[in-house]
Structure formats: structure tokens, C-alpha cells
Write a protein that binds this ligand. Structure first.
Ligand SMILES: Cc1ncc(COP(=O)(O)O)c(C=O)c1O
Length: 371
């Protein structure tokens, strides 16, 4: 990045249709198109703008278009649909039956767009991508998938959840006929897991191990985490003031920054603290603020607001849901080592640390032998 800045300077020099269309923008777009196995990509100043502009354009240009939007869609999509001036139908969050009923009620000739997300950032739920593709095929709809919280985090190449669902095929470079291939439009950000300005980097999967350790540790301490299979850890508080107070205490007393999420981002009564993995994950889990979050001081802060507030369901299916993860141990390549370490009686954070340490010593040994 430094080298490029020194050679070419910063700033585009003008709008793209006059003078700001340069080699770097073109190369970035072709990298992004390749990542998602699409013919082309277009870079915007943010994904908010990308979602807004794309939905506004499609919705206004396709005559009589109807946009079917998941009820938990991000504000950028809602804004885009509003700007399109076209008809919007909201379907219940991740409810394919409701979506089908709404699609079936529309005339076949009407252009339809299904707008949804892969990872919903406020609850960590995952969109039923394949089932939505099936419905789109059946009713002739365009699929518009926001992978903002998934690019750089899921899939063998970091392309997101759609890629992750055909993990082995994409690992072999076979993308034709995959779920990602069936999605018409995928949007992503360059401001979260991937890069910063002008950079699009490959992601590491270590954060998935860390996420798992934190979820397990919170579960063991009876802190109510909303079950989901992604890297998002939503801790249910159920009261705006308490959520804010817990967030402030974690920052002031323990130097841990965890955002409190209140209305209107989530409904009243579902206020929460939202924990997400840091962008660059240090080697040792034990030294991360992520690990410190599950130590006794912060846990007492997290437990306090819970008194008399919503609790995590303790049924077997809720426990299973809490444990399920999009990344399997096999995909992470830790199946065997994790079993061995658990047999040795290691706890969640210790398993992660031991795996990372093993990985580091294998790397060190191989670089010594090749030197
Ligand atoms: C689901 C979703 N889509 C789009 C955006 C907007 O992305 P950006 O930060 O690149 O504008 C966000 C922001 O967090 C988001 O959560």
C-alpha cells in the first residue's frame, strides 16, 4: 500500500467517467469479480452506497418491478428500495414459506428481486441462501445477496457464506452450478474483514476458533448468547440502559470495547451487547481482549444485567443451536487435534491456544528445515 501510494499518490484525480478511471480500480474490480466467480464487479465508496445505488437503479429501471425484502435487512437496502420508488414486499426474517407465499401471489410476468443477507449482523443468523435460490428459479426472481459480514470470513477463498456452502467444490476451483454461481448479485464491503482503502486481502480463519472458544466459555458461564452459526456473538440484555451501562463498564473498568445495540437497530426488549472478532487476530488467544471478556471481572458485568432479564433457552435443541457453526472442525482442519486436546481435558480457550501454538511450532519447524 505504501509503495503504491508513493508511486501513484492518493486520490483518483476526478470522477471515474472523466479522469478517475485507473488501472488500480480496474484490477481491484477484476479481483472482486473473480472472487465471487462473476463476470464483472464495480467498486463504490462503501457498501451502503452500493446497496442503495444498485437497488434504486434496478427497481426504477425494471418496469413494474417488485422487491421482496427480508424483514431484518440493513438500512442501506431499505434506503435503496425506497429510492427506487418501486413496490416493496417485506417477508418474515429467513422464512422461506412466507417468501414463497408472497412470490406466488405475484403475476409471473412481473420482474421480482429478492433482497437478503448472508450473515445478519444484529443476531448472527444466516440466510437460507440455497432455498431462496430455489424459489428464485421457480418464480423467475433476481437474487440480491448482501455478504457484507461474510466476505473475508467464510468460504475457502473468503468469498462469503454462498461460497462456504460448496466449500470443497470451491476449494477445487469448481464454481459452475454452485450456490454462489446461482446468486445474481452479491454485494460486499472493503471496510470490515477485507482490507482498508484500496486493499482486498485474503482472510484468516483463526478468528473462527476464537469465536468458538468465546461462545463456549460464555455458555459455560450461563451468559445468554443468541444462538447462531456465524462469528457474531450477540449477548442478550433486554434493557437499553443496562446494555449501555454494561458496555461502558467493560470499556472503563476492563478496557474491552463491546458495542451496546439498542432500539431502533433492534426491537425494544431485545437490546444486546454485540461481540465480533477483531480484524487481525493475534496468535495467542489468551492475550486477546476476546479471551479477557470471559474472565471473572467482565463476566460479572455481563451477568449482572441478566438478573430478571431474558435467559438463553436451555433446551437440548437450543444448546445444539448454540454449538452449531458454519465452519466445521473438518473445514478448519482441526478435527483430530481438537478431539485429542478435549480428551486431555483442555477447556475451550485452552484448546484454541494449544491448536494455534501447535500450528506456530509446525510452521517454525518447516521454515528451519527449509532454511
Ligand atoms: C448488512 C450490511 N450491509 C451494508 C452495510 C454497509 O457497509 P459499509 O460499511 O461498507 O457502508 C453494513 C454496515 O455495517 C451492513 O451491516
Amino acid at each position: 500500500m505504501h509503495e503504491t501510494l508513493e508511486e501513484y499518490g492518493a486520490g483518483a484525480g476526478g470522477t471515474r467517467n472523466i479522469s478517475g478511471h485507473n488501472r488500480h480500480a480496474v484490477e481491484l474490480e477484476s479481483t472482486l469479480a473473480r472472487l465471487h466467480s462473476k463476470e464483472a464487479a464495480l467498486v463504490f465508496s462503501s457498501c451502503y452506497v452500493a446497496n442503495d445505488a444498485t437497488l434504486a437503479t434496478l427497481g426504477s429501471k425494471l418496469p413494474d418491478c417488485v422487491i421482496l425484502s427480508d424483514s431484518l435487512n440493513h438500512a442501506s437496502m431499505i434506503q435503496g428500495i425506497r429510492h427506487s420508488g418501486t413496490k416493496k414486499i417485506v417477508f418474515k426474517h429467513n422464512d422461506v414459506q412466507d417468501l414463497e407465499a408472497k412470490l406466488a401471489a405475484l403475476p409471473l410476468h412481473v420482474p421480482k428481486i429478492i433482497a437478503f443477507e448472508s450473515v445478519y449482523s444484529m443476531c448472527g443468523s444466516i440466510g437460507p441462501i440455497e432455498a431462496i435460490c430455489d424459489l428464485a428459479d421457480k418464480y423467475g426472481a433476481i437474487t440480491f445477496l448482501d455478504e457484507v459480514h461474510a466476505v473475508g470470513m467464510y468460504g475457502p477463498n473468503g468469498a462469503g457464506v454462498a461460497e462456504h456452502l460448496d466449500f470443497e467444490a470451491h476449494k477445487r476451483g469448481q464454481w459452475q452450478g454452485t450456490i454462489m454461481d446461482r446468486i445474481d448479485i452479491i454485494t460486499g464491503t472493503l471496510g470490515k474483514a477485507y482490507g482498508c482503502v484500496g486493499g482486498y486481502i485474503a482472510g484468516s480463519n483463526k478468528f473462527q476458533l476464537h469465536t468458538r472458544a468465546v461462545k463456549d466459555a460464555l455458555d459455560a458461564r450461563d451468559i445468554p448468547v443468541i444462538p447462531n452459526p456465524s462469528h457474531i456473538i450477540p449477548i442478550l440484555v433486554g434493557d437499553a440502559e443496562l446494555a449501555k451501562r454494561a458496555s461502558d463498564m467493560l470499556l472503563e473498568d476492563y478496557n474491552i470495547y463491546v458495542q451496546s445495540i439498542n432500539y431502533p437497530t433492534v426491537p425494544v426488549g431485545q437490546e444486546r451487547l454485540r461481540v465480533t472478532p477483531p480484524r487481525a487476530t493475534p496468535r495467542s488467544f489468551a492475550t486477546t481482549s476476546y479471551a479477557r471478556l470471559t474472565s471473572s471481572g467482565p463476566v460479572s458485568v455481563l451477568s449482572a444485567p441478566r438478573t430478571g432479564r431474558p435467559r438463553a433457552a436451555s433446551s437440548a435443541s437450543a444448546k445444539r443451536a448454540r454449538r452449531s457453526s458454519l465452519w466445521t472442525e473438518q473445514q478448519l482442519g482441526i478435527e483430530e487435534v481438537s478431539r485429542e486436546l478435549k480428551e486431555e481435558g483442555k477447556g475451550p480457550g485452552e484448546v484454541v491456544d494449544a491448536i494455534l501454538q501447535k500450528e506456530a511450532s509446525t510452521k517454525a519447524a518447516s521454515s528451519t528445515s527449509s532454511a
